[in-house]
Design a protein around this ligand. Structure first.
Ligand SMILES: NC(=O)c1ccc[n+]([C@@H]2O[C@H](COP(=O)([O-])OP(=O)(O)OC[C@H]3O[C@@H](n4cnc5c(N)ncnc54)[C@H](O)[C@@H]3O)[C@@H](O)[C@H]2O)c1
Length: 428
Protein backbone atom coordinates (compact mmCIF):
# COMPACT_ATOMS: atom_id res chain seq x y z
CA UNK A 1 0.00 0.00 0.00
CA UNK A 2 1.41 3.41 -0.88
CA UNK A 3 0.97 5.63 2.13
CA UNK A 4 -0.53 8.98 1.40
CA UNK A 5 0.15 11.73 3.91
CA UNK A 6 -3.13 13.40 4.77
CA UNK A 7 -4.06 16.51 6.62
CA UNK A 8 -6.19 14.95 9.35
CA UNK A 9 -8.52 16.89 11.65
CA UNK A 10 -9.70 15.10 14.77
CA UNK A 11 -12.68 16.69 16.47
CA UNK A 12 -12.71 15.88 20.20
CA UNK A 13 -9.55 15.02 22.13
CA UNK A 14 -10.92 12.60 24.74
CA UNK A 15 -10.00 8.98 25.32
CA UNK A 16 -10.79 8.10 21.72
CA UNK A 17 -9.70 11.24 19.85
CA UNK A 18 -6.34 11.69 21.53
CA UNK A 19 -5.28 8.07 21.07
CA UNK A 20 -6.27 8.33 17.41
CA UNK A 21 -4.44 11.64 16.94
CA UNK A 22 -1.21 10.25 18.38
CA UNK A 23 -1.45 7.17 16.18
CA UNK A 24 -2.11 9.28 13.06
CA UNK A 25 0.97 11.41 13.78
CA UNK A 26 3.00 8.23 14.27
CA UNK A 27 1.74 6.98 10.89
CA UNK A 28 3.11 10.11 9.23
CA UNK A 29 0.01 12.25 8.86
CA UNK A 30 -0.37 15.94 9.62
CA UNK A 31 -2.79 16.15 12.53
CA UNK A 32 -4.94 18.99 13.83
CA UNK A 33 -6.16 17.89 17.26
CA UNK A 34 -9.19 20.05 17.86
CA UNK A 35 -11.18 20.37 21.09
CA UNK A 36 -13.44 23.11 22.46
CA UNK A 37 -12.06 22.43 25.94
CA UNK A 38 -9.18 24.90 26.18
CA UNK A 39 -7.81 23.22 29.29
CA UNK A 40 -7.34 20.03 27.30
CA UNK A 41 -5.71 21.72 24.30
CA UNK A 42 -3.31 23.68 26.50
CA UNK A 43 -2.36 20.48 28.32
CA UNK A 44 -1.57 18.89 24.95
CA UNK A 45 0.33 21.94 23.73
CA UNK A 46 2.46 21.63 26.88
CA UNK A 47 3.17 17.98 26.15
CA UNK A 48 0.89 16.62 28.86
CA UNK A 49 -1.62 13.82 28.58
CA UNK A 50 -4.78 13.53 30.67
CA UNK A 51 -5.76 10.14 29.28
CA UNK A 52 -4.36 6.81 30.44
CA UNK A 53 -3.07 4.69 27.56
CA UNK A 54 -1.53 7.86 26.09
CA UNK A 55 1.58 8.98 27.95
CA UNK A 56 2.91 12.52 28.19
CA UNK A 57 6.04 11.21 26.49
CA UNK A 58 3.98 10.24 23.47
CA UNK A 59 2.34 13.67 23.37
CA UNK A 60 5.76 15.33 23.58
CA UNK A 61 7.10 13.10 20.81
CA UNK A 62 4.10 13.94 18.63
CA UNK A 63 4.70 17.66 19.18
CA UNK A 64 8.37 17.24 18.27
CA UNK A 65 7.45 15.95 14.80
CA UNK A 66 5.87 19.33 14.00
CA UNK A 67 2.89 17.39 12.62
CA UNK A 68 0.70 17.51 15.75
CA UNK A 69 -1.27 20.70 16.30
CA UNK A 70 -3.52 20.75 19.38
CA UNK A 71 -5.92 23.66 19.08
CA UNK A 72 -9.27 25.08 20.13
CA UNK A 73 -9.27 27.42 17.14
CA UNK A 74 -11.57 25.97 14.48
CA UNK A 75 -9.88 28.10 11.79
CA UNK A 76 -7.02 25.54 11.95
CA UNK A 77 -9.35 22.94 10.47
CA UNK A 78 -9.19 24.67 7.10
CA UNK A 79 -7.91 22.48 4.30
CA UNK A 80 -8.36 19.09 5.95
CA UNK A 81 -8.35 15.93 3.82
CA UNK A 82 -9.89 13.68 6.46
CA UNK A 83 -11.93 14.83 9.47
CA UNK A 84 -12.78 12.37 12.22
CA UNK A 85 -15.42 13.15 14.81
CA UNK A 86 -14.76 11.61 18.25
CA UNK A 87 -16.96 13.68 20.56
CA UNK A 88 -19.01 12.25 23.42
CA UNK A 89 -22.48 10.74 22.96
CA UNK A 90 -24.14 10.70 26.40
CA UNK A 91 -27.72 10.24 27.51
CA UNK A 92 -29.77 13.16 28.73
CA UNK A 93 -32.80 12.16 30.83
CA UNK A 94 -32.35 8.61 29.50
CA UNK A 95 -32.46 9.71 25.86
CA UNK A 96 -29.56 9.93 23.33
CA UNK A 97 -27.99 13.38 23.35
CA UNK A 98 -26.42 14.01 19.95
CA UNK A 99 -25.88 17.73 20.48
CA UNK A 100 -22.08 17.23 20.58
CA UNK A 101 -22.11 15.38 17.25
CA UNK A 102 -24.32 18.09 15.75
CA UNK A 103 -22.01 20.87 16.95
CA UNK A 104 -18.94 19.00 15.68
CA UNK A 105 -20.70 18.41 12.34
CA UNK A 106 -21.36 22.13 11.93
CA UNK A 107 -17.72 22.98 12.58
CA UNK A 108 -16.48 20.31 10.16
CA UNK A 109 -19.06 21.30 7.53
CA UNK A 110 -17.90 24.90 7.62
CA UNK A 111 -14.40 23.78 6.55
CA UNK A 112 -15.41 20.95 4.23
CA UNK A 113 -13.98 21.05 0.69
CA UNK A 114 -14.79 19.03 -2.40
CA UNK A 115 -12.87 15.73 -2.34
CA UNK A 116 -12.40 15.61 1.43
CA UNK A 117 -13.58 12.79 3.68
CA UNK A 118 -15.51 12.84 6.99
CA UNK A 119 -15.72 9.91 9.41
CA UNK A 120 -17.83 9.63 12.55
CA UNK A 121 -16.38 7.45 15.33
CA UNK A 122 -18.62 8.35 18.26
CA UNK A 123 -20.81 5.50 19.45
CA UNK A 124 -24.40 6.12 18.33
CA UNK A 125 -27.59 4.53 17.05
CA UNK A 126 -27.82 3.18 13.50
CA UNK A 127 -28.71 5.90 11.02
CA UNK A 128 -26.86 8.77 12.69
CA UNK A 129 -24.20 9.19 9.99
CA UNK A 130 -26.64 9.36 7.10
CA UNK A 131 -29.73 10.85 8.73
CA UNK A 132 -28.22 13.34 11.16
CA UNK A 133 -24.61 14.09 10.21
CA UNK A 134 -24.86 14.15 6.39
CA UNK A 135 -27.56 16.87 6.26
CA UNK A 136 -25.59 19.08 8.68
CA UNK A 137 -22.40 18.71 6.62
CA UNK A 138 -24.32 19.41 3.39
CA UNK A 139 -26.08 22.49 4.77
CA UNK A 140 -22.90 24.00 6.18
CA UNK A 141 -20.75 23.31 3.12
CA UNK A 142 -23.25 23.58 0.27
CA UNK A 143 -21.81 20.27 -1.01
CA UNK A 144 -23.48 16.90 -1.52
CA UNK A 145 -22.39 13.81 0.43
CA UNK A 146 -21.16 11.11 -1.93
CA UNK A 147 -21.04 13.31 -5.03
CA UNK A 148 -18.74 15.97 -3.56
CA UNK A 149 -17.20 14.46 -0.44
CA UNK A 150 -16.77 11.04 1.15
CA UNK A 151 -18.54 10.10 4.35
CA UNK A 152 -18.32 7.07 6.60
CA UNK A 153 -18.57 5.59 10.06
CA UNK A 154 -15.95 3.59 11.95
CA UNK A 155 -16.62 2.49 15.52
CA UNK A 156 -13.90 2.82 18.13
CA UNK A 157 -12.92 -0.27 20.08
CA UNK A 158 -10.30 1.08 22.46
CA UNK A 159 -10.34 -0.51 25.88
CA UNK A 160 -8.48 1.70 28.36
CA UNK A 161 -6.20 -0.34 30.60
CA UNK A 162 -6.07 -3.31 28.24
CA UNK A 163 -2.43 -4.24 27.85
CA UNK A 164 -2.89 -6.69 24.97
CA UNK A 165 -5.35 -5.00 22.64
CA UNK A 166 -4.73 -1.44 21.55
CA UNK A 167 -5.81 0.72 18.63
CA UNK A 168 -3.28 -0.69 16.17
CA UNK A 169 -3.73 -4.43 16.67
CA UNK A 170 -7.51 -4.43 17.16
CA UNK A 171 -9.32 -4.94 13.83
CA UNK A 172 -11.24 -1.79 12.89
CA UNK A 173 -14.66 -1.91 11.28
CA UNK A 174 -15.04 0.65 8.48
CA UNK A 175 -17.94 1.79 6.32
CA UNK A 176 -18.99 4.44 3.83
CA UNK A 177 -22.19 5.82 2.41
CA UNK A 178 -21.18 4.53 -1.05
CA UNK A 179 -18.44 2.44 -2.64
CA UNK A 180 -16.04 5.35 -3.11
CA UNK A 181 -16.50 6.54 0.48
CA UNK A 182 -15.87 3.05 1.79
CA UNK A 183 -12.70 2.74 -0.24
CA UNK A 184 -11.45 6.11 0.99
CA UNK A 185 -12.29 5.42 4.63
CA UNK A 186 -10.75 1.96 4.49
CA UNK A 187 -7.53 3.08 2.81
CA UNK A 188 -7.12 5.84 5.39
CA UNK A 189 -7.54 3.48 8.37
CA UNK A 190 -5.25 0.97 6.68
CA UNK A 191 -2.48 3.48 7.38
CA UNK A 192 -3.29 3.37 11.12
CA UNK A 193 -4.27 -0.19 12.05
CA UNK A 194 -3.13 -3.71 11.17
CA UNK A 195 -6.50 -4.84 9.86
CA UNK A 196 -9.66 -3.13 8.67
CA UNK A 197 -13.01 -4.89 8.34
CA UNK A 198 -15.32 -3.35 5.74
CA UNK A 199 -19.08 -3.66 6.17
CA UNK A 200 -21.77 -2.88 3.62
CA UNK A 201 -23.08 0.37 5.06
CA UNK A 202 -22.81 2.91 7.85
CA UNK A 203 -25.83 1.47 9.69
CA UNK A 204 -24.20 -1.95 9.86
CA UNK A 205 -21.05 -0.34 11.26
CA UNK A 206 -23.05 1.66 13.80
CA UNK A 207 -24.94 -1.46 14.84
CA UNK A 208 -21.71 -3.46 15.16
CA UNK A 209 -20.53 -1.27 18.03
CA UNK A 210 -23.89 -1.38 19.80
CA UNK A 211 -24.06 -5.14 19.37
CA UNK A 212 -20.64 -5.54 20.98
CA UNK A 213 -21.52 -3.43 24.00
CA UNK A 214 -25.06 -4.76 24.38
CA UNK A 215 -23.63 -8.29 24.28
CA UNK A 216 -21.35 -7.48 27.22
CA UNK A 217 -24.10 -5.68 29.10
CA UNK A 218 -26.58 -8.55 28.77
CA UNK A 219 -24.05 -11.23 29.69
CA UNK A 220 -22.88 -9.31 32.74
CA UNK A 221 -26.53 -8.93 33.79
CA UNK A 222 -27.01 -12.68 33.36
CA UNK A 223 -24.18 -13.61 35.72
CA UNK A 224 -25.17 -10.85 38.13
CA UNK A 225 -28.69 -12.20 38.44
CA UNK A 226 -27.29 -15.72 38.71
CA UNK A 227 -25.00 -14.58 41.55
CA UNK A 228 -27.97 -13.25 43.50
CA UNK A 229 -29.91 -16.48 43.21
CA UNK A 230 -26.87 -18.69 43.83
CA UNK A 231 -26.29 -16.83 47.08
CA UNK A 232 -29.91 -17.43 48.12
CA UNK A 233 -29.50 -21.11 47.26
CA UNK A 234 -26.19 -21.42 49.07
CA UNK A 235 -24.24 -22.29 45.91
CA UNK A 236 -20.80 -20.94 45.00
CA UNK A 237 -21.51 -19.20 41.68
CA UNK A 238 -17.83 -18.43 41.11
CA UNK A 239 -16.91 -22.08 41.17
CA UNK A 240 -19.65 -22.79 38.63
CA UNK A 241 -18.40 -19.95 36.42
CA UNK A 242 -14.83 -21.21 36.58
CA UNK A 243 -15.99 -24.71 35.73
CA UNK A 244 -18.18 -23.52 32.84
CA UNK A 245 -15.23 -21.54 31.51
CA UNK A 246 -13.30 -24.74 30.91
CA UNK A 247 -15.65 -25.54 28.02
CA UNK A 248 -13.56 -24.84 24.93
CA UNK A 249 -16.51 -23.80 22.74
CA UNK A 250 -19.94 -22.22 23.05
CA UNK A 251 -19.27 -20.40 26.33
CA UNK A 252 -17.73 -17.01 27.12
CA UNK A 253 -16.68 -16.07 30.60
CA UNK A 254 -18.33 -13.08 32.27
CA UNK A 255 -18.17 -12.46 36.01
CA UNK A 256 -20.57 -10.85 38.48
CA UNK A 257 -19.68 -7.52 40.00
CA UNK A 258 -20.94 -4.49 41.89
CA UNK A 259 -22.49 -2.97 38.75
CA UNK A 260 -21.38 -1.48 35.45
CA UNK A 261 -19.85 1.94 34.91
CA UNK A 262 -17.94 4.08 32.49
CA UNK A 263 -19.15 5.69 29.33
CA UNK A 264 -20.12 2.55 27.45
CA UNK A 265 -22.27 -0.05 29.17
CA UNK A 266 -24.58 2.25 31.13
CA UNK A 267 -25.16 4.30 27.96
CA UNK A 268 -24.66 2.56 24.61
CA UNK A 269 -27.31 -0.19 24.82
CA UNK A 270 -29.88 2.52 25.49
CA UNK A 271 -28.95 4.18 22.19
CA UNK A 272 -30.02 0.93 20.54
CA UNK A 273 -33.24 0.40 22.51
CA UNK A 274 -34.19 4.06 22.00
CA UNK A 275 -33.77 3.74 18.23
CA UNK A 276 -35.71 0.48 18.09
CA UNK A 277 -38.61 1.89 20.10
CA UNK A 278 -38.53 5.18 18.22
CA UNK A 279 -38.75 3.39 14.86
CA UNK A 280 -40.84 0.31 15.54
CA UNK A 281 -42.72 1.12 18.75
CA UNK A 282 -41.32 -2.09 20.26
CA UNK A 283 -39.30 -2.30 23.45
CA UNK A 284 -35.90 -3.94 23.34
CA UNK A 285 -36.52 -6.15 26.35
CA UNK A 286 -33.03 -7.61 26.71
CA UNK A 287 -31.56 -4.11 27.01
CA UNK A 288 -34.20 -2.97 29.49
CA UNK A 289 -33.72 -6.04 31.67
CA UNK A 290 -29.93 -5.75 31.58
CA UNK A 291 -30.15 -2.07 32.53
CA UNK A 292 -32.42 -2.92 35.43
CA UNK A 293 -30.33 -5.78 36.80
CA UNK A 294 -26.96 -4.09 36.41
CA UNK A 295 -28.27 -0.85 37.91
CA UNK A 296 -29.56 -2.74 40.94
CA UNK A 297 -26.16 -4.23 41.84
CA UNK A 298 -24.79 -1.36 43.97
CA UNK A 299 -27.89 -1.53 46.19
CA UNK A 300 -27.50 -5.29 46.41
CA UNK A 301 -23.89 -4.92 47.58
CA UNK A 302 -25.03 -2.44 50.22
CA UNK A 303 -27.80 -4.79 51.43
CA UNK A 304 -25.32 -7.64 51.78
CA UNK A 305 -22.88 -5.44 53.70
CA UNK A 306 -25.61 -4.14 56.02
CA UNK A 307 -26.56 -7.75 56.76
CA UNK A 308 -22.92 -8.78 57.19
CA UNK A 309 -22.27 -5.96 59.62
CA UNK A 310 -25.41 -6.64 61.55
CA UNK A 311 -24.40 -10.30 61.93
CA UNK A 312 -21.21 -8.95 63.52
CA UNK A 313 -23.17 -6.73 65.87
CA UNK A 314 -22.34 -3.49 64.04
CA UNK A 315 -25.21 -1.22 63.00
CA UNK A 316 -24.79 0.47 59.61
CA UNK A 317 -25.56 3.79 61.27
CA UNK A 318 -22.19 5.13 62.35
CA UNK A 319 -20.21 2.26 60.79
CA UNK A 320 -16.87 3.11 59.20
CA UNK A 321 -16.57 1.62 55.75
CA UNK A 322 -13.61 1.48 53.40
CA UNK A 323 -14.16 1.09 49.66
CA UNK A 324 -11.20 -0.51 47.92
CA UNK A 325 -11.26 0.85 44.36
CA UNK A 326 -13.36 3.71 43.00
CA UNK A 327 -12.74 3.43 39.25
CA UNK A 328 -15.31 1.47 37.28
CA UNK A 329 -12.78 -1.09 36.11
CA UNK A 330 -9.42 -2.43 37.25
CA UNK A 331 -6.18 -0.60 36.52
CA UNK A 332 -7.81 2.54 35.16
CA UNK A 333 -8.51 5.93 36.72
CA UNK A 334 -11.91 6.30 35.09
CA UNK A 335 -14.61 6.75 37.74
CA UNK A 336 -17.32 8.01 35.38
CA UNK A 337 -20.62 6.38 36.35
CA UNK A 338 -18.67 4.05 38.62
CA UNK A 339 -20.84 1.78 40.79
CA UNK A 340 -18.49 2.63 43.66
CA UNK A 341 -19.95 6.14 43.70
CA UNK A 342 -23.49 4.79 44.03
CA UNK A 343 -22.40 2.36 46.75
CA UNK A 344 -20.79 5.25 48.64
CA UNK A 345 -23.93 7.38 48.35
CA UNK A 346 -26.18 4.58 49.56
CA UNK A 347 -23.91 3.81 52.50
CA UNK A 348 -23.70 7.50 53.33
CA UNK A 349 -27.49 7.83 53.31
CA UNK A 350 -27.70 4.87 55.68
CA UNK A 351 -25.52 6.76 58.15
CA UNK A 352 -22.14 5.13 57.49
CA UNK A 353 -18.87 7.02 57.15
CA UNK A 354 -17.28 6.21 53.81
CA UNK A 355 -13.62 6.28 52.87
CA UNK A 356 -12.14 5.07 49.62
CA UNK A 357 -8.68 3.98 48.52
CA UNK A 358 -7.83 4.22 44.84
CA UNK A 359 -4.28 5.10 43.76
CA UNK A 360 -5.44 5.57 40.16
CA UNK A 361 -8.16 8.05 40.83
CA UNK A 362 -6.78 11.50 41.46
CA UNK A 363 -9.23 13.31 43.70
CA UNK A 364 -9.41 16.37 41.49
CA UNK A 365 -10.49 14.42 38.43
CA UNK A 366 -13.59 12.84 39.93
CA UNK A 367 -16.40 14.84 41.35
CA UNK A 368 -16.42 13.60 44.93
CA UNK A 369 -18.10 16.74 46.20
CA UNK A 370 -21.38 16.08 47.88
CA UNK A 371 -20.71 12.34 47.89
CA UNK A 372 -19.10 12.40 51.28
CA UNK A 373 -16.21 10.17 50.25
CA UNK A 374 -12.83 10.77 51.77
CA UNK A 375 -9.91 9.48 49.70
CA UNK A 376 -7.34 7.67 51.84
CA UNK A 377 -4.38 5.37 51.38
CA UNK A 378 -4.80 1.66 51.84
CA UNK A 379 -2.83 1.35 55.08
CA UNK A 380 -2.85 -1.33 57.76
CA UNK A 381 -4.37 1.17 60.18
CA UNK A 382 -7.12 2.11 57.75
CA UNK A 383 -7.96 -1.60 57.35
CA UNK A 384 -7.92 -2.19 61.11
CA UNK A 385 -10.21 0.68 62.02
CA UNK A 386 -12.81 -0.05 59.30
CA UNK A 387 -15.91 -1.98 60.29
CA UNK A 388 -16.22 -3.24 56.73
CA UNK A 389 -13.88 -3.24 53.74
CA UNK A 390 -15.56 -3.60 50.35
CA UNK A 391 -13.44 -4.66 47.39
CA UNK A 392 -15.23 -2.77 44.62
CA UNK A 393 -12.53 -2.54 41.96
CA UNK A 394 -9.68 -5.02 41.97
CA UNK A 395 -6.72 -2.94 40.82
CA UNK A 396 -3.60 -5.09 40.51
CA UNK A 397 -1.63 -2.72 42.74
CA UNK A 398 -3.64 -3.31 45.92
CA UNK A 399 -2.06 -5.44 48.66
CA UNK A 400 -4.70 -8.15 48.99
CA UNK A 401 -2.64 -10.05 51.54
CA UNK A 402 -2.80 -7.01 53.84
CA UNK A 403 -6.57 -6.73 53.34
CA UNK A 404 -6.98 -10.36 54.32
CA UNK A 405 -4.64 -10.03 57.29
CA UNK A 406 -5.94 -6.79 58.81
CA UNK A 407 -9.61 -6.30 57.96
CA UNK A 408 -12.18 -7.61 60.44
CA UNK A 409 -14.84 -7.96 57.71
CA UNK A 410 -14.33 -7.95 53.94
CA UNK A 411 -17.06 -7.96 51.32
CA UNK A 412 -15.33 -9.02 48.12
CA UNK A 413 -17.52 -7.90 45.22
CA UNK A 414 -14.94 -9.09 42.63
CA UNK A 415 -13.92 -12.42 44.11
CA UNK A 416 -10.36 -11.21 44.12
CA UNK A 417 -9.39 -12.94 47.36
CA UNK A 418 -8.85 -16.71 47.33
CA UNK A 419 -12.00 -18.83 47.69
CA UNK A 420 -13.02 -19.52 51.30
CA UNK A 421 -10.27 -17.22 52.52
CA UNK A 422 -11.66 -17.07 56.04
CA UNK A 423 -14.70 -16.33 58.19
CA UNK A 424 -14.10 -12.60 57.83
CA UNK A 425 -14.64 -12.72 54.03
CA UNK A 426 -17.93 -12.73 52.16
CA UNK A 427 -18.20 -12.85 48.39
CA UNK A 428 -20.71 -11.36 45.98
N1 LIG B 1 -13.68 5.87 26.19
C1 LIG B 1 -13.78 4.72 25.57
O1 LIG B 1 -13.20 3.75 26.03
C2 LIG B 1 -14.60 4.55 24.31
C3 LIG B 1 -14.46 3.36 23.60
C4 LIG B 1 -15.17 3.19 22.43
C5 LIG B 1 -16.03 4.20 22.00
N2 LIG B 1 -16.17 5.36 22.71
C6 LIG B 1 -17.07 6.38 22.17
O2 LIG B 1 -16.29 7.40 21.57
C7 LIG B 1 -16.89 8.68 21.79
C8 LIG B 1 -15.94 9.58 22.53
O3 LIG B 1 -15.66 9.01 23.81
P1 LIG B 1 -14.53 9.56 24.76
O4 LIG B 1 -14.48 8.62 25.90
O5 LIG B 1 -13.31 9.84 23.98
O6 LIG B 1 -15.21 10.95 25.23
P2 LIG B 1 -14.55 12.14 26.05
O7 LIG B 1 -15.66 12.78 26.78
O8 LIG B 1 -13.35 11.64 26.76
O9 LIG B 1 -14.02 13.11 24.92
C9 LIG B 1 -14.83 13.88 24.08
C10 LIG B 1 -14.09 15.18 23.80
O10 LIG B 1 -14.80 15.90 22.80
C11 LIG B 1 -14.75 17.27 23.11
N3 LIG B 1 -15.82 17.98 22.39
C12 LIG B 1 -17.12 18.03 22.65
N4 LIG B 1 -17.78 18.76 21.74
C13 LIG B 1 -16.86 19.20 20.87
C14 LIG B 1 -16.90 20.00 19.70
N5 LIG B 1 -18.05 20.51 19.24
N6 LIG B 1 -15.75 20.26 19.05
C15 LIG B 1 -14.57 19.75 19.50
N7 LIG B 1 -14.47 18.99 20.59
C16 LIG B 1 -15.60 18.71 21.28
C17 LIG B 1 -14.86 17.31 24.60
O11 LIG B 1 -14.39 18.54 25.12
C18 LIG B 1 -13.99 16.11 25.00
O12 LIG B 1 -12.64 16.48 25.21
C19 LIG B 1 -18.18 8.39 22.53
O13 LIG B 1 -19.23 8.26 21.58
C20 LIG B 1 -17.92 7.06 23.20
O14 LIG B 1 -19.12 6.36 23.44
C21 LIG B 1 -15.45 5.54 23.86
Amino acid sequence: VTKRVERVAIIGQGYVGLALAIRAVEAGHDVVAFDIDTQRTSFLAAGKSYVEDVSSVEVTQALATGRFTPTHDSAELAGFDVAIITVQTPLRDGVPDLSFVEAAGSIVGAHLRRGACVVLESTTYPGTTEELLAPILETESGLTAGADFDLGYSPERIDPGNASWALTNTPKVVSGIDARSLERVQSFYDTLVDKTVPVRGTREAELTKLLENTFRHVNIALVNELALFANDLGIDVWEAIDAASTKPFGYLRFTPGPGVGGHCLPVDPTYLSWKVENRTGDRFRFVELANEINASMPAYVVRRVVTGLSARGVPIEGARILLVGLAFKPDTADARESPALTIASLLGSAGATVRAADPHVVASLVDLSGRGIELVELTVRELEVSDAVIIVTDHASFDYGAILAHASYVFDARHRLPAAAGPQVEYL
